[in-house]
Design a protein around this ligand. Structure first.
Ligand SMILES: Nc1nc2c(ncn2[C@@H]2O[C@H](COP(=O)(O)OP(=O)(O)OP(=O)(O)O)[C@@H](O)[C@H]2O)c(=O)[nH]1
Length: 651
């Protein structure tokens, strides 16, 4: 209970941090969507830790939907659902929504997705929760360590917001690890190998993603640079072309050797002017720096007629052509007609005597010039600027949602350090960036997850197989043991443990099987004065005597095809099938001698141990065993009473 409370507290703490750190404020409506997703996720996970399944599935499911929608913007090819389509979808929401500001960096988004899925799958080891958490941990490490520029066209989560999101994911991840750990430590054998293999695969995928993202960034960067370079080249070419044209124009008046008359000026200037529509105007300035002619003769230009430029602009480069006979160029200046531009002054000298007739002023307005150079390149994808030493003179295109990088390309122009700036928009980056890195990453993560499941299942099945096999082996062993025991019991039931001879029961069974093998001889052997052996030498020694006598008697009986059994106490009984009386008697004598020959000391007689034998024989069926044994017993009694150590045969 306490553990679950702590885990729930961690999830709610994550929620609190997210609310504090990402609460939408002016201009950040987009955070609202992210915040909604995170709120649902944290609430869902807290509900899971509290084991409220229904609530957790509801919250997590809704959060998953938002997450998948955002993930799709990274994955779906531009030709399927373009960035513009996503934009149109977002435009229907109130506020400033845009693809680049609704989606967090892909690694963090996938970490949230993973946390969401593992909680939805109820942190079950069998469904691969261990690898999911390991993958999320790896994503976190990369999210912290990787270059932020790899997450193109995502929220620019700076400092505090980035820390907020990282802490949010970190806390939820910590809670899930803590929840899973007890089960994982129990089942670590099953998990450790697939975990290592799949984590390594995920790591490789992340490296591949990093590399591909880098390549993709370089490609876009390069393409943007090429475009910028093209515009810059176009700009300098335009200016140089019109400068050359103006040089020809000035050269014409030099050849004429006179200042232009109104009609000539209009005619010739018009033909030049129409080729370069970004000219603000062309003017003729007399040697005293007074503007005497201007084309076109329209409102703004008309105002400059008659102005003595040395008065208004004492340091004007106009002094170059008028005083030195060489070209003079301004930098970027505020034009008298308004706007930013540059003026080139070209000398007009009489070619015959070299006298300075005046100067041609060529006023170029930067904005139309840039327009002409941009040609079709002017669109909403790039912000283009013209600047000089940090001061931006012209800005064309969007001013916000720009990429965090851009290119600055110097333009080769006389007397200026003009620089062209080109900065793509986030929209352009999102649309033109290939989806391969993200597709690789997600496919790799899925593959690693599936690989984990396959290895995990294989190990689980083989472990269970091992358990079944062990149980089987134990069962087999038990069966063998029981069989052996049963045999032992069976043997004990039929044998005498001390002498290893068949007992009375087994003897009676065997004798029944001899019933057709007539003639049949039965003997009873009784050790003489055995009591005194026990009394004098002890029972243990008595047992040893019994064993010895059984051993010496057994071989001759079995050689004759009969059976020797211990009948009880110090009495043995013999039955030999197909044994006539005479043969039986000989065998009985042989047994008696064998016992005597064993040389076991007999304290009662100070001699050796002997046996008395009573024998009975039946010549033909039917076998009446009881009567036969009775006859043998009576013969034994006679042998005992006749002095022992002898064989008596029943009549
Ligand atoms: N050590 C030992 N003694 C046994 C066993 N079974 C019976 N006896 C002993 O055998 C003895 C039999 O003695 P008795 O029946 O009096 O006969 P006996 O001393 O042999 O004398 P006779 O038969 O008349 O020659 C008893 O003292 C029993 O205790 C046994 O398994 N082990």
């Amino acid at each position: 209970m306490t553990r679950r409370l702590i885990l729930m507290f961690l999830s709610l703490l994550a929620l609190g941090i997210a609310l504090l750190g990402l609460w939408p404020h002016a201009g950040h409506e987009a955070n609202a969507l992210l915040l909604l997703m995170l709120t649902l996720q944290a609430a869902g996970q807290a509900a899971w830790h509290w084991r409220n399944l229904l609530l957790s599935q509801l919250f997590l499911g809704l959060s998953l939907l938002i997450n998948l929608l955002i993930t799709c913007t990274f994955l779906l090819p531009e030709s399927w659902v373009g960035v513009d389509h996503w934009g149109a979808l977002l435009a229907s929401l109130p506020g400033d929504w845009h693809i680049a500001n609704i989606r967090p960096p892909i690694l963090m988004l996938l970490a949230c997705l993973g946390l969401n899925c593992s909680a939805l799958l109820r942190l079950r080891l069998g469904l691969g929760s261990a690898i999911q958490l390991a993958q999320i941990s790896l994503l976190m490490i990369f999210a912290i360590a990787a270059d932020p520029s790899l997450s193109v066209a995502s929220m620019s989560l700076a400092g505090f917001e980035r820390m907020t999101l990282l802490s949010f994911i970190g806390l939820l991840l910590l809670a899930q690890w803590a929840d899973l750990l007890p089960a994982l430590t129990q089942m670590w054998r099953r998990n450790v190998l697939p975990l290592i293999i799949s984590t390594m695969l995920t790591f490789i995928c992340l490296l591949a993603w990093q590399q591909q993202s880098q390549d993709e960034n370089n490609r876009i960067n390069q393409a943007t640079y090429v475009l910028g370079d093209k515009i810059a080249t176009q700009l300098s070419r335009e200016i140089n072309d019109q400068l050359n044209a103006m040089r020809r124009f000035a050269g014409f008046w030099s050849l004429m050797g006179q200042t232009p008359t109104g009609g000539e000026w209009q005619r010739l200037a018009r033909s030049y002017y129409k080729d370069f529509d970004y000219f603000q105007n062309i003017a003729f300035i007399d040697p005293d720096s007074v503007v005497t002619r201007v084309f076109p003769d329209k409102a703004g230009n008309h105002d400059v007629l008659g102005i003595r430029l040395f008065d208004t602009q004492p340091d004007t480069p106009l002094r170059n052509p008028l005083e030195l006979g060489i070209e003079g160029h301004t930098g970027i200046i505020d034009l008298l007609q308004g706007g930013k531009g540059m003026v080139s002054y070209l000398p007009v000298r009489n070619t015959r005597d070299g006298s300075i007739l005046g100067a041609i002023a060529m006023v170029v307005n930067l904005e139309p010039l840039l327009d002409k150079a941009l040609n079709s390149a002017r669109n909403e994808a790039f912000a283009i600027t013209l600047s000089e030493r940090g001061s931006i003179y012209i800005h064309v295109g969007p001013e916000s949602r720009l990429a965090p990088w851009g290119h600055r390309i110097p333009i080769e122009l006389p007397a200026t350090d003009l620089t062209l700036g080109l900065q793509p928009t986030q929209q352009y980056l999102a649309a033109s960036r290939g989806r391969l890195p993200e597709v690789t990453l997600l496919t790799g993560i899925m593959l690693a997850y599936l690989l984990f499941l396959v290895i995990y299942m294989y190990r689980r099945v083989s472990q269970e197989h091992g358990i079944v096999k062990n149980a089987n082996d134990a069962l087999k062993e038990e069966m063998v043991r029981r069989e052996r025991l049963q045999k032992e019991i069976q043997w004990l039931a039929r044998h005498d443990e001390l002498t290893q001879l068949p007992n009375r029961r087994y003897f009676l069974e065997q004798v029944q099987s001899f019933s057709g093998k007539m003639p049949l001889t039965v003997m009873i052997l009784d050790i003489d004065f055995f009591k005194s052996i026990n009394d004098k030498l002890g029972h243990l020694e008595g047992d040893r005597y019994l064993q010895k006598i059984a051993a010496v008697s057994r071989a001759p009986v079995e050689a004759a095809g009969g059976i020797l059994a211990r009948f009880g106490g110090e009495e043995f009984v013999v039955c030999i099938p197909e044994c006539p009386r005479a043969v039986g008697r000989t065998l009985a004598e042989e047994l008696r001698r064998a016992v005597q020959g064993a040389g076991l000391p007999q304290p009662a007689t100070d001699s050796v141990v002997t046996v008395s034998v009573g024998m009975a024989c039946v010549a033909r069926a039917p076998l009446r065993l009881e009567a036969l044994l009775q006859a043998a017993d009576e013969a034994l009694y006679r042998a005992k009473s006749s002095g022992r150590n002898q064989v008596q045969v029943a009549a």
